[in-house]
Design a protein around this ligand. Structure first.
Ligand SMILES: Cc1cc2nc3c(=O)[nH]c(=O)nc-3n(C[C@H](O)[C@H](O)[C@H](O)COP(=O)(O)OP(=O)(O)OC[C@H]3O[C@@H](n4cnc5c(N)ncnc54)[C@H](O)[C@@H]3O)c2cc1C
Length: 236
């Protein structure tokens, strides 16, 4: 269960603890309880309704009973944003311990756009016609970007070959360099991550990882995911 992302990255589902039923068991403080079936339209009490009630009313801790683990390969600038989410547990490869592979992110032409004039942090994706007008310019800029990153990796290898320690030689590498980590998080905090990083204002390069984790988590907690989606679509 691995989804390839960007030009060389991926997110891989590495395991989980807990299910929709475990969330309900925690909320009801009945560790052996069976799933109470029934949908939202039922007159009686059932666990789909309980999950919806908790999502709507921010009764959050039962959702912390589901733990999820991922392996992620992404550009370092994506990890810089990701690691601000302190409720995850991270283990990242060490560039002090091992040499980094010559792998860096090259954005697709149509994903570059221009600096947004309405959002200081974001970009504005160009319409087809606008892109066509600056296509030759953008192609030569991508070539320049790629050449600069390749040169940085050449310097990195040169410094390593002449005896520089790995922990200092890496200083010449760009933020687009790919890194790899394991990340573990509970469902409550993953939903908070999704709220911020699957939002339309999130940077595209982290949003694709955030969106893909929703696909990977779907089979683990299908009822919660369906409810989360329907509540999100109601509020947007
Ligand atoms: C669009 C966008 C723009 C951003 N721009 C910037 C920027 O310009 N500069 C910048 O530095 N960051 C920026 N950030 C990062 C942002 O400020 C948060 O650090 C990041 O989104 C993690 O959110 P969080 O703290 O809710 O997540 P987590 O760290 O996972 O925390 C989840 C929740 O746990 C609680 N919590 C966790 N740790 C503590 C604690 N120590 N004390 C109290 N409560 C805690 C809080 O309720 C928190 O909301 C940006 C984020 C987004 C989405």
């Amino acid at each position: 269960m691995k989804i390839e992302l960007l030009d060389k990255g991926f997110v891989e589902f590495c395991g989980s603890f807990g299910t929709d039923l475990d969330i309900c068991r925690a909320a009801r403080v009945r560790p052996q309880a069976e799933w109470r079936s029934g949908g939202l339209e039922d007159a009686g009490q059932n666990d789909t309704k309980l999950l919806r009630h908790m999502l709507l009313n921010h009764h959050t801790t039962p959702f912390e009973n589901v733990i999820l683990r991922f392996q992620v390969k992404a550009p370092i600038f994506v990890f810089r944003q990701w690691h601000r989410h302190r409720t995850w547990t991270y283990d990242e490869i060490s560039a002090r311990y091992e040499e980094l592979a010559d792998e860096f992110y090259i954005p697709k032409l149509e994903q570059i756009g221009v600096q947004s004039t309405t959002n200081r942090q974001g970009r504005q994706i160009l319409e087809d016609e606008e892109l066509r007008m600056i296509l030759p310019q953008r192609e030569s800029e991508i070539a320049e970007y790629t050449e600069r990153c390749e040169l940085a990796f050449k310097s990195y290898r040169r410094l390593l070959n002449s005896g520089w320690p790995r922990e200092l030689a890496r200083g010449v590498l760009p933020l687009s360099t790919y890194s790899r980590m394991m990340g573990t998080v509970d469902l409550h905090n993953l939903m908070s991550f999704w709220r911020l990083r699957s939002d339309s204002h999130a940077q595209y390069e982290i949003k694709v990882y955030s969106d893909s984790m929703q696909v990977l988590v779907e089979p683990v907690v299908p009822v919660t995911m369906a409810l989360m989606r329907s509540l999100n679509s109601m509020s947007s």
